[in-house]
Write a protein that binds this ligand. Structure first.
Ligand code: ADP
Ligand code: GLC
Length: 490
């Protein structure tokens, strides 16, 4: 199959969260299965600074309302047969210090930046003479691709492929002023409640949900949850209408990148049966965060975007009574300035028990996975979550809320029969989190049981190879499904 993979971030080029991990690994896994994959990304400043070998291939002219903007398609070697990587260069839009805006903020012209990106990709298809079977778009930034395929580009020869839209996070919808509709080249007939309109504004994500031939989210549980008002962010009725075309596929883990046996970001490697390296990693982690090293005390780590999604309204009250717990806590992240402020204050009030580094640091993220005993993810909602699966491989026991992909990947430890890979609670309350934490801290005092729990997790296999097969099956279903009639008959 010829697959076009349109996405706004991908490792190792540019990353703010798990979307980049997925877009870095899934195209490779698909290419290994013999598909021809064309990955398209914006050429951000941080990619320009990586000293990559660029070869410019062609330019595209993108109409934006009454003007047009030129973009350049730049290729970088992928090092992988069947995988081509194209970056769209448009320095006014993408040569900026951040991908979407400074922490906690959005660039005001994000709408137009990603309208441009979507159209530039479609123009590139003709310019590069690609024959695409599947257009795979992800999140609001590329959600206009399925829309264009059913409207502006519908009758053009290059664009007969089908579209799959993957929902990584319904909380971000790319909602814009409706004046951007003509800028996007779309007619007002698209601006209805059934299509792109959302409370009199233009909702780009909704476009993906309505126009794509098939949809999926990044875990089976989340694909059910988003049909309910609590998780649907106002789009639950749209999703209910498309429930027959909506699937859930759990993300995988790139074990080349996340493997304690040869992780280049840690100097003391470990694996089942040879765990001495983990103890040294714990010591180094304490040192990196300036916490006194207490090997007996369980070390609880968290690497996260600092947003309410991740459960900080449960964590912060718990940390206020940290003296109650015989444990240390380490946080790495950036985001909401209020959460940053609270974590900074709590760390300075409890320097022996809490440490916080405000920042985005991949090396430290790996060190936390390697050195911590417990990984905390009490998310309010979690489409998939990757860190809990990374933690399992590093023998770091996940403590999660039973929601979305966390619920699909983590099974509570059962003391009776020794099954399970973590701790899981349901109620979205600090009390439930505290109860789960107490259970974890008690079990930590029982080394044989703890070792069993850790080994269960280290043996889990969430590799991308499995998920890539599921995507392949879904691409095949998508090709047999045409959403054209549904959209036209509205
Ligand atoms: P989300 O995509 O919602 O942020 P995921 O769990 O799917 O959540 O993925 C988060 C990814 O981003 C993980 O690879 C995690 O290690 C990484 N990450 C998040 N915050 C940081 C940070 N401050 N420094 C380094 N890596 C981070
Ligand atoms: C989103 C979700 C996260 C998911 C990631 C990759 O950012 O918040 O749960 O793992 O996308 O799909």
């Amino acid at each position: 199959m010829n697959i076009l993979f349109a996405v706004s971030e991908a490792t190792p080029f540019a990353k703010t969260g798990g979307l980049a991990d997925v877009a870095g690994a899934l195209p490779t896994a698909l290419a290994k299965r013999g598909h021809q994959v064309h990955l398209f990304l914006p050429l951000y400043r941080e990619i320009q600074e990586q000293g990559l070998e660029f070869s410019e291939s062609t330019t595209v002219t993108v109409p934006l309302g009454t003007t047009s903007v030129i973009g350049t398609i730049v290729k970088v070697p992928s090092g992988q047969p069947n995988l081509s990587i194209s970056l769209i260069r448009q320095d006014d839009f993408f040569d900026r210090p951040f991908l979407y805006g400074p922490p906690g903020k959005e660039y005001p012209d994000n709408g137009i930046r990603f309208i441009f990106f979507c159209r530039a990709i479609l123009e590139a298809v003709a310019a590069l003479d690609l024959k695409i079977d599947i257009y795979h778009a992800h999140d609001w930034q590329t959600a206009l691709i399925p829309v264009y395929l059913k409207t502006l580009y519908k009758d053009r020869p290059h664009y007969q492929g089908s579209s799959l839209f993957t929902i990584h996070n319904l909380g971000y919808q790319g909602i814009q002023n409706k004046s951007l509709l003509p800028v996007a080249g779309l007619g007002w007939e698209e601006f209805t409640f059934e299509r792109l309109e959302f409370f009199d504004r233009l909702n780009l994500l909704k476009g993906g949900l309505v126009y794509a031939d098939a949809l999926n989210s990044v875990s089976p549980a989340y694909s059910h949850e988003i049909l309910q008002a609590e998780f649907g962010f106002g789009l639950e009725t749209v999703l209910q209408q498309r429930r027959d075309d909506l699937y859930g596929i759990l993300n995988g883990v790139d074990y080349q990148e996340w493997n304690p046996a040869d992780d280049p970001f840690i100097s003391n490697h470990f694996r089942i049966g040879r765990m001495a390296g983990k103890k040294i990693c714990k010591k180094k982690l304490n040192a990196a965060f300036n916490l006194p090293h207490e090997n007996r005390l369980p070390l609880i780590g968290m690497v996260s975007r600092l947003v309410t999604q991740k459960g900080f309204d449960l964590i912060l009250p718990l940390l206020k009574k940290v003296n109650k717990f015989k444990a240390q806590f380490i946080f790495l992240g950036t985001g909401d300035p209020e959460i940053e402020k609270d974590l900074t204050a709590l760390a300075s009030q409890n320097p022996k028990q809490i440490a916080f580094i405000r920042g985005y640091d991949n090396r430290l993220a790996h060190l936390i996975e390697a050195g911590a005993d417990i990984f905390l993810m009490p998310s309010h909602y979690e489409p998939c979550g990757l860190n809990q699966m990374y933690s399992l491989r590093y023998g770091t026991v996940p403590l999660v809320r039973a929601v979305g992909g966390l619920d699909d990947s983590i099974v509570s430890f059962n003391i009776e029969n020794g099954s399970g890979n973590g701790f899981k609670f349901s109620d979205y309350s600090t009390a439930a989190l505290e109860q789960s934490l107490k259970e974890a801290l008690q079990l930590y005092q029982k080394p044989r049981l703890w070792q069993k729990l850790r080994q269960n997790g280290m043996r889990n296999d969430f590799s991308w190879a499995q998920s890539a097969i599921k995507y392949e099956e879904l691409y095949n279903k998508t090709r047999t499904r045409s959403n054209v009639i549904k959209v036209e008959s509205k």
